[in-house]
Design a binder for this molecule. Structure first.
Ligand code: FRU
Length: 533
């Protein structure tokens, strides 16, 4: 890089930062009030058992990798304000997927650009040659976004780089030969996900390019060869394809019968507007992905509005064998406007992904990781009952509605209510409603009366979610954490993840049935502990 370009980069960075800070102070978005002044993780709307940063802005989860007893989670981060700005990779680790320890920022922008999304792997065989000591090297593969190039109107401002750590992810060195994948002239080419492909003994990179995914191969993580594209005419193209992932899973738990899953995040074009996550199921030989389903079949990993850029952990030990996923708990439609301070945005609960056969074909199921059960501090049973044209409280002593978990099972053969479901509310009349409507066969998520909704026109609208399984037994597994609700319906078949912002915490949960009866056959409500104290 020559001196003029470097000066340009520094100037633009400063300009960007000062614009952001000016914007921040105009709108109350600066991060000058540290959490310590206001009480650790006690601010309005602060999630109590989800990961969120102490302060600053976050978006996509990045570089998720397991090594030596630690789940690493990096994430897109802007430290100087609660709005998006020049991206860093911030870092946190967990030993149990429940409690998170904040570590320092891992990757800072440099003269090649900001550090956009990507992945990380353990280079067990030292294929890249970066190993210096006893530990296996961790390699991060990420996108450089060159702001100067973008401002100058170039189209090749996104390239792919790598960095390595020989001390369990505590310190990172960027590879001197970056970028490892140059840009042939595409504006959107980013978010590399790298996996080791055992049958062909090589690394595979999936990279989003515009509205397709590209596959590359490499023996050493440094030299990459393009092998194929996937996506034209396939699935939903309502937005730019971003943040891919690829992995194989057994079907119905049968290790001898596996399929590949290609995760494609997409913005906009999500099933209920804004950002969303679709997936494809098929065959992959290390070079080419083939979709098993019709190109017009649209499959979504989540039907709520607030689960984006989700991908899975690399290098989970084979004794564990799970495919573990986490997403960004927000939506680009309004992520920069949500009323939180001094942080903005959080991650979803970690989930386990599986493939199961259903009447409509093989589908991706998603359930909360079992480790979350350790948060339960109290269990109260909810008595089996018929709820006919009324609303009943599900709360019992010791349970805080805004920090709870619910398991509800309904017998649909004895349920004829036009609409039934749960309401989460407070004394101010603010309410979030999650319901099932028999006639349409749709779940409804209604946050139109949920409290603070004025910050974006895109936020309040009704959401419609297909109930894909049509069993006589309907199971709802629901997590509520002050400003979020995650619904895992029918053992993880229909997933609905959403956020909301009551002016005071919700303190009531009720079950209601309209125009008929809802037959609750069993239920549990749990009080959940926070993770930050
Ligand atoms: C997805 C995304 C990625 C990009 C990152 C930038 O949310 O747009 O494609 O790498 O965010 O922060």
């Amino acid at each position: 890089m020559n001196r003029i370009t470097l000066l340009g980069f520094l100037f633009l960075s400063l300009l960007w930062q000062s614009c952001d800070n000016a914007k921040a102070s105009d709108t109350g978005d600066s991060v000058s009030n540290s959490t310590d002044e206001t009480g650790y993780y006690q601010e309005d709307h602060r999630l109590q058992y989800h990961f969120s940063p102490k302060e600053g802005w976050i978006n996509d989860p990045n570089g998720m990798v397991y090594y030596d007893g630690e789940y690493h989670l990096f994430y897109q981060y802007y430290p100087y304000a609660t709005v998006w700005g020049p991206m860093h990779w911030h870092h946190t680790v967990s030993k149990d997927l429940v409690h998170w320890e904040h570590l320092p920022i891992a990757l800072y922008p440099d003269e090649l650009g900001m550090i956009f999304s990507g992945s990380a792997v353990v280079d067990k065989n030292n294929t890249a040659g970066f190993k210096t000591g006893e530990e296996d090297p961790l390699i991060a593969i990420y996108t450089y976004h060159d702001m100067v190039g973008e401002k100058l109107g170039r189209s090749d401002y996104q390239t792919q780089g790598i960095a390595y750590s020989n001390d369990k992810g505590r310190t990172w060195t960027k590879y001197a030969g970056n970028p490892v994948v140059k840009n042939p002239g595409f504006k959107d080419i980013r978010d590399p996900k790298v996996v080791w492909h055992e049958p062909s003994q090589q690394w595979v990179m999936v990279l989003s390019r515009g509205s397709v995914m590209q596959f590359y191969n490499s023996p050493d993580l440094k030299n990459w060869k393009l092998t194929s594209d996937f996506g034209e005419g396939q699935g939903n193209h309502g937005g730019v394809w971003e943040c891919p992932d690829i992995f194989s899973l057994p079907i119905d738990g049968n290790e001898n019968n596996r399929k590949w899953v290609l995760i494609v995040n997409m913005n906009p074009g999500g099933p209920n507007g804004g950002s969303g996550t679709q997936y494809f199921i098929g065959e992959f030989d290390g070079k080419t992905f083939k979709n098993d389903n019709a190109p017009t079949d649209l499959l979504y990993a989540d039907f709520g509005k607030d689960n984006y850029a989700g991908v899975t952990w690399s290098d989970i030990p084979s004794e564990d064998g799970r495919r573990l996923f986490i997403g960004w708990l927000s939506n680009w439609q309004y992520a920069r406007d949500v009323p939180t301070h001094p942080w903005r945005n959080a991650m979803t609960l970690p989930r386990e992904l599986t493939l199961k056969t259903t009447p409509s074909g093989i589908r991706l199921f998603s359930t909360p990781v079992k480790e979350l059960e350790k948060l339960r501090s109290q269990t109260n049973q909810i008595a089996a009952q018929s709820i006919s044209n009324k609303e009943v409280s599900l709360l019992s002593s010791g349970i805080d509605a805004s920090q709870s978990e619910l398991e509800l099972t309904f017998d649909m053969s004895k349920t004829d209510a036009k609409s039934f479901g749960i309401k989460l509310s407070n004394a101010k009349g603010e309410v979030v409603r999650f319901a099932y409507e028999q006639e349409s066969g749709l779940f409804i998520f209604d946050r139109t009366q949920s409290g603070k909704i004025q910050f974006s026109n895109e936020f309040p609208g009704l959401q419609f979610i297909p109930r894909i399984l049509d069993n006589n037994i309907m199971k709802l597994h629901i997590f509520i954490d002050r400003s979020s609700m995650e619904v895992f319906a029918d053992d993880g078949h229909s997933i609905i993840t959403n956020i909301f912002f009551p002016t005071e915490d919700y303190n009531q949960i009720t079950l209601y049935a309209d125009h008929g009866n809802a037959e609750l056959v069993s239920g549990n409500i749990y009080a959940l502990k926070g993770i930050w104290k």
